[in-house]
Design a protein. Structure first.
Length: 56
């Protein structure tokens, strides 16, 4: 399963732990909105390319 983690305010201890746990069994992509600029269109494409999206 491909999972997208969207970090709205950057990583936290909990989000890091969950991403590490998920990465053992799933393909993971992380978008840190506080760190880099990503266009709305790119973000929407990433959301629809994943089977699960988790927003932190």
């Amino acid at each position: 399963m491909k999972i997208l983690h969207i970090l709205n305010d950057g990583p936290t201890e909990l989000s890091d732990q969950m991403i590490d746990l998920n990465s053992n069994e799933h393909q993971i992509e992380v978008v840190n909105l506080g760190e880099k600029a990503i266009s709305y269109d790119e973000l929407v494409d990433k959301i629809f390319s994943c089977e699960r999206v988790i927003s932190w």
